[in-house]
Design a protein around this ligand. Structure first.
Ligand code: URA
Length: 292
């Protein structure tokens, strides 16, 4: 009994770890039983035999049996030509993201464009939009990866443990978030379930919004926090350990080239304290560059 309880708790912990945060039904659905009830998959049938959905078994379903002669003649539709298929209404999400981003002419408009953009399922699982924080007029824009649990709960970037480390690091070179020291946002505005690493597709979908965000803020310098932000905006396949510690140009429409410093993500520094030495070197480089 105690053993069963421990096993169930371990299974539950694993599911939470993998991002399952909500029970949608009392019992797990038996997909194989559903497939048996529907019969062979429609696409496995020869062309022309595709049928509209219909009641599977009238007798078993409790409807009164009807004599064959009384039944209406079957109205089996003939094969549908491609021309009669319903039109595809939504253009591909990537194109819609780029168009929505380009139309935003202020930070408020951009925030609302991102909120309204329905091309990513992350919007459905997140609690709050995490747009940005700090002072957009500071001249320095930091860009991280994606919100975590605490950010999702409060709707503000970098407010969990890694955000607290980040605030201490930047304060040590005189840049305080709540005193106009910097502005901060993420590549993804929605939390990936279970804090998983964003996929390349998710990153690519939101890059147009991030580039528009930079164009509207017009920072003199950008800092890319971690590999996801660095690879996405520098369009590089190199790892963060190769990209960090150097200034790289980012081409931003309407703004030209903005210098971006790649550095280690504070969450990585929490796990790898020995890397703080490199992060400190990057901070000194940043301070030299912005005071030049
Ligand atoms: N990590 C990030 O990259 N962004 C946040 O907002 C929080 C943690």
């Amino acid at each position: 009994m105690e053993h069963d309880r421990a096993a169930l708790l371990a299974a539950l912990a694993l599911q939470l770890d993998w991002g399952a945060e909500e029970a949608l039904a009392e019992a797990p659905p038996d997909r194989r039983a559903e497939a048996r009830a529907v019969g062979p998959r429609a696409e496995a049938r020869p062309a022309g035999e595709r049928t509209e959905p219909h009641a599977v078994d009238e007798g078993a379903g409790g409807l009164a049996p009807v004599a064959a002669a009384e039944r209406p003649a079957p109205t089996r539709p003939g094969p549908r030509s491609v021309a009669t298929l319903p039109p595809i209404v939504a253009p591909p999400a990537a194109g819609r993201a780029a168009a929505a981003a380009a139309q935003a002419d202020s930070l408020d408009a951009l925030r609302e464009a991102i909120r309204a953009f329905d091309g990513s399922p992350l919007r459905e699982t997140a609690t709050n939009l995490v747009f940005a924080d700090g002072d957009p007029a500071s001249g320095l824009m930091l860009i991280g990866e994606a919100p975590g649990a605490e950010e999702d709960r409060l709707g503000r970037p970098f407010v969990g443990p890694s955000g607290q480390l980040l605030d201490r690091m930047f304060a040590s070179i005189g840049l305080k978030r709540d005193e106009g020291g910097f502005y901060i946002a993420n590549i993804l505005p929605w939390r990936p379930p279970g804090n998983r690493t964003p996929t390349d597709g998710e990153v690519a979908l939101f890059v147009p919004f991030v580039l528009r965000h930079i164009a509207l803020v017009r920072p003199r310098h950008v800092v890319l926090l971690g590999g996801t932000a660095a690879k996405a905006l520098l369009k590089s396949k190199e790892g963060i350990t190769r990209l960090r510690g150097k200034w790289h140009p980012i081409a931003v429409e309407g703004l030209g080239e903005v210098p971006a410093l790649a550095t280690l993500h504070p969450a990585y520094l929490l796990r790898t304290p020995a890397a703080k030495r490199d992060a400190w070197a990057d901070l000194l480089l940043l301070r030299r560059s912005i005071t030049e």
